[in-house]
Design a protein around this ligand. Structure first.
Ligand code: SF4
Length: 520
């Protein structure tokens, strides 16, 4: 079986769950698609470019199916939530589709079933066997590897996934989510070919997962869906209303991961700062971090994607209190001009954001801050861009991403007037990235001479003379790199180990380091 996972870490966790289920049911994964009898593409559909990449990958796999040994092609993920019927109609090579709320249906789609003994196995089902270590894919496209290929024996029938699956009985939502639903936030009526009902699925610690990240690091998805009204975003329509995993389930999964050698856990969700609100928890994320930080052997714990007005004093105190909670915060702000933020239905503006950042920095000194912005939102004026520039200059983020606005059918912004021409959007994006480059360059110079703990990740893709690593100030895959060019007294380094290192040089986004102590 060949498995390709596209998109973000949240989608990667879905892929790992599906691969875990398939592995448990006897499928064997291969990185050689020409050998695979079943091909799965887990798609992303967030913006146009992601959709295009998903379609291109499906078509490429369809060609493999026509020319090679593959007998079945399954498409899973966000593209299915958006274009379920279209995919089946327009790409006849696709045998089955599995939406984001139907992950367990991957077995039926593949013509496999979980042996009774496996289904009733231990409540802790994370698969980190040797083959997991072989899977070290790139960020956007991942093909799982295993030495064997799954045999035939699947049903030739096309699998019809439930279009209107029933709500899982114990799923509750926040009042905010119910309210937004009444306002039509999640409406799919204009999405021809999409299933009517929203996904409600949430994996838990009893579902097998096949880890594809390096053996020292793993993601845990603590919540799914989103209730926010951001007008540019279709994720709520694709992923459904916000829902949190049970507290005990997340803790059990984290304990199990650490027991199996994972030392770095990154909590993910569309908005992790809402964690637990649907479960009636107050300060849910802070309480969860507090519990997880106490797991012995867990060296680095972080969470991604904070909503700006949900960064509480309790959350910051919790980050400050525990040595193993990374001093790192990713808070996507999307813009800084109050006018644009108002049309985006996010509110606030540069002044409020600067106060928030000041509060964060004073509660957690030395914290690394990451954000992302969207440029070219309908109606964005030159003055709005200047306000954003002034804000970026004042805020001095450690890491910053700028994304071009993508005009998404089904988003509230789709009907807005004042489209910004593509060339203008790209010019604004370049202008902001150039500004951040100079800010980052100056900031990285300040790192020189500091001694930091570095997680060694492996030889650099550019040259075997350099190794790459990360500090607590770098989240996996997204931020700059630490290039290690001097091993000090050590003969070699081991991937997945932590070392002390001195920063000896700095570039625009990356730094260079020399190892100063053996593995910690
Ligand atoms: S917070 Fe806004 S941008 Fe983020 S997933 Fe939710 S709706 Fe989309």
């Amino acid at each position: 079986m060949g498995f390709l996972s596209l998109g973000c870490p949240k989608n990667l966790v879905d892929s790992e769950v599906m691969m875990g289920l398939l592995d448990r049911a006897g499928a064997r994964l291969t990185s050689d698609v020409s050998q695979a009898e079943i091909l799965v593409v887990n798609t992303c559909s967030f913006i146009d470019t992601a959709k295009q990449e998903s379609v291109d990958t499906i078509l490429e796999m369809a060609r493999h199916k026509t020319a090679g040994t593959a007998k079945k092609l399954i498409v899973a993920g966000c593209l299915v939530e958006r274009y379920r019927d279209e995919i089946r109609k327009n790409i006849p090579e696709v045998d089955a589709v599995v939406g984001t709320g139907e992950l367990e249906s991957i077995l039926e789609a593949a013509g496999l079933s979980m042996p009774a003994a496996q289904a009733a196995a231990s409540p802790f089902n994370i698969i980190t066997a040797t083959h997991a270590a072989e899977v070290r894919p790139g960020l956007e496209s991942r093909a799982a590897t295993h030495k064997q290929v799954v045999g035939p024996g699947f049903s030739p029938d096309i699998y019809e996934a439930e279009k209107d699956g029933a709500l899982a009985p114990d799923v509750k939502f926040r009042a905010e989510g119910d309210h937004r639903e009444q306002q039509g936030r999640f409406n799919r009526d204009n999405w021809q070919g999409a299933a009517h009902l929203l996904p409600t699925y949430l994996y838990d610690e009893t579902v097998p997962r096949f880890l594809t990240t390096p053996k020292s690091s793993a993601y845990i998805k603590i919540a799914e869906g989103c209730d926010h009204p951001c007008t540019f975003c279709v994720i709520p329509n694709l992923r459904g209303k916000f829902r949190s995993r049970r507290f005990e389930s997340v803790v059990a999964e984290a304990q199990n991961l650490v027991a199996r050698g994972v030392q770095e856990i990154t909590l993910i969700g569309q908005d992790t700062t809402c964690y637990g609100e649907d479960l009636g928890l107050k300060d849910g994320l802070a309480t969860l971090l507090d519990a997880l930080a106490k797991i012995e052997g867990l060296r680095w714990l972080r969470f991604l994607y904070a909503y700006p007005n949900r960064i509480t004093g309790k959350l910051l105190d919790t980050i400050a209190k525990h040595d193993n909670i990374c001093k790192y915060l990713d808070v996507p702000l999307q813009h800084a001009s109050p006018a644009v933020l108002k049309t985006m239905k996010r509110g606030a503006g540069a002044d409020i954001f600067l106060k928030t950042l000041e509060k964060v920095r004073s509660a957690v000194p030395g914290i690394a801050l990451r954000t992302s912005f969207i440029v070219g939102f309908p109606g964005e004026s030159l003055r709005d861009v200047e306000i954003l520039e002034e804000f970026i200059t004042a805020a001095k983020f450690d890491w910053l991403g700028v994304f071009s606005y993508s005009h998404e059918e089904g988003s509230a912004a789709f009907s807005l007037a004042g489209q910004v021409p593509k060339r203008t959007i790209e010019a604004r994006k370049r202008r902001l990235m150039k500004l951040q480059q100079s800010i980052s360059k100056r900031a990285k110079q300040q790192w020189i001479g500091r001694e930091l703990v570095v997680l060694a990740e492996g030889e650099s893709e550019e040259t075997p003379l350099l190794w790459e690593g990360r500090t607590q100030f770098h989240a996996p895959e997204i931020d700059g790199k630490v290039y290690i060019n001097d091993f000090g007294t050590l003969e070699s380094l081991e991937p997945g180990r932590f070392y002390k290192a001195e920063i000896t040089d700095a570039h625009d986004y990356d730094v260079v380091a020399r190892i100063t102590s053996g593995s910690l």
